[in-house]
Design a protein around this ligand. Structure first.
Ligand code: GDG
Length: 464
């Protein structure tokens, strides 16, 4: 494929850390799914990646210049935002309005929504940055809910640009999406693209229905005629770098972690790993652990449930509330069932290292992934990729995008606490041959449908 790829995402795939004593600031590559998945297309096309480098307000002018130089050497273009812009565009609109609506949580909407003007201004800044570097033949790939207006804003500046857009979170049913005062404007923003991608058929269907009802445009197959252009909508379930997870899972460092986590093999280990977000279903998951102890008392003083809850978006009130809720449930359940030598729930409110993360995937007897709504959920796929030993059982919510693909998991309705508890029990007593059979089928899927394939399929479709 000729031409460069211009990737546009809210965050650049790096973390900038200010040095303490006026030395040089450090720019380090991030390890997130998007950063990993797009690294190869970014390298191969000799293209550019445009995004916000993170807060640089603690750096002086020399430090900022140094960061810009380091970014340039990686072909990264920074879109710098003021702290006020970040508060309005990122905290208030993206994370406090778009995120809850796309995860079916109208109850989390602020009573008064303010900041759309800043959202538009920041999206225009991203579009300007693209227009400043775009050359004929380039393809542009815009990512996620922070940048819903960017495709149309690029289209205004470069009418013949080839633009792709991918939504990493769910597109909700129109009944919920229509709660947004700016619904038509947002959808029109996305329709500036030539190709719009979703993780699942369901999200694509919701989007097509919303477009039809808001704009009267009908999908012909997977295409719309919109303002004299053809806009295609497609399903591209994102994968992970499965080979890398498998390789690390067999490394010495991970093995050591896994052994340490199993301690003296005290009993079965159930694990949950999530950003501490109300979409991830952690409170009901804790109730399911409690229910497991009530309905199957034989597990008391035997199982351990370890929940890693990575701090997230702590500036947003709803996130402080879910944290309080989780911590009070952990306290209540442990208070009720713990004995001096054992507690059912281990709760860690902190990010962990990658080797501990993969060590946990390896040590878990049961991985519990029960979001009440999730675009895809990469943790479920990473767990599967790491289980080259064919061990472990995945309990997976039907409301994670991943459930459309991972049908050999034990699929549960996370709102049904009793059912989730029963699935945990089934997982704990599953015969080894059934466990291995399910895991092999899951791993075959995750390995063949990896993140490189995801990026290639999207870019092939965009190029077509
Ligand atoms: C959004 C959508 C969609 C987690 N804790 C630690 C850690 N992680 C890594 C995991 C995984 C990633 O973070 C989380 O990805 P998810 O997909 O599970 O969830 P979101 O952050 O909500 O992502 C989601 C995704 O975008 C991609 O489109 O799947 O539905 O919500 O890679 O491994 N990594 C380390 N320490 C931790 O403590 N090192």
């Amino acid at each position: 494929m000729s031409g460069r790829l211009l990737i546009v995402s809210n965050r650049l795939p790096v973390t900038v850390s200010a040095s303490e004593k006026g030395g040089r600031p450090q720019v380090r590559a991030s390890v997130g799914g998007l950063a990993t998945g797009l690294r190869t297309p970014h390298e191969q096309s000799k293209g550019l990646w445009l995004g916000w480098p993170g807060d640089m307000s603690t750096l002086d002018e020399a430090g900022r210049d140094e960061v810009r130089r380091q970014l340039e050497s990686r072909r990264l273009v920074s879109v710098e935002l003021s702290p006020e812009e970040v508060t309005a565009y990122y905290d208030r609109i993206a994370n406090s309005v778009l995120w809850p609506v796309c995860h079916d949580r109208l109850d989390q909407l602020p009573l008064r929504v303010e900041g759309w003007d800043v959202y538009e201004r920041v999206n225009a800044r991203f579009a300007d940055a693209v227009a400043a570097v775009w050359r004929p033949g380039d393809r542009v790939w815009v990512h996620d809910y922070h940048l819903l207006r960017v495709p149309a804003l690029i289209r205004e500046r470069i009418p013949n640009a080839r633009i792709g857009f991918f939504l990493h979170i769910p597109f909700p049913t129109p009944e919920i999406f229509f709660a947004l005062a700016r619904r038509r404007w947002l959808v029109t923003g996305m329709l500036g693209a030539d190709l719009i991608g979703f993780h699942t058929r369901r999200h694509r269907g919701h989007f097509a229905a919303a477009v039809h009802r808001l704009l009267g445009a009908d999908a012909h197959g997977n295409e719309f005629d919109f303002r004299g252009r053809r806009v295609r909508v497609g399903v591209f379930p994102m994968g992970i770098d499965a080979k890398d997870f498998a390789m690390r899972a067999e490394s010495e460092a991970v093995h050591t972690e896994a052994v340490r986590l199993r301690r003296n093999d005290t009993g079965p280990l159930l694990v949950g790993i999530d950003r501490l977000d109300y979409s991830k279903g952690i409170p009901r998951r804790l109730l399911a652990v409690e229910q497991l102890l009530v309905k199957h008392p034989e597990w008391r003083e035997r199982i351990r449930f370890l929940q890693i809850a990575v701090p997230s978006r702590e500036g947003v009130r709803a996130y402080r509330q879910v944290r309080d809720e989780v911590e009070s449930l952990v306290g209540r359940i442990n208070g009720m069932y713990a004995v001096p030598t054992w507690a059912p729930i281990h709760y860690v409110h902190r990010g962990i290292s990658r080797s501990l993360l993969i060590g946990l995937y390896r040590a878990a007897d049961v991985m519990v992934v029960t979001p009440v709504r999730d675009g895809m959920n990469l943790v479920a796929k990473e767990f599967v990729a790491a289980r080259t030993d064919d061990g472990g059982v995945l309990v997976l919510s039907e409301f994670a995008g991943a459930a459309e693909e991972l049908s050999e998991a034990l699929i549960v309705n996370p709102y049904d606490v009793d059912e989730t508890a029963e699935a945990m029990h089934t997982a704990l007593v599953m015969p080894p041959n059934e466990r291995a059979q399910r895991m092999r089928a899951l791993r075959a899927h995750v390995t063949t449908h990896d993140v490189a394939r995801w990026a290639n399929e999207f870019l092939d479709a965009l190029g077509a």
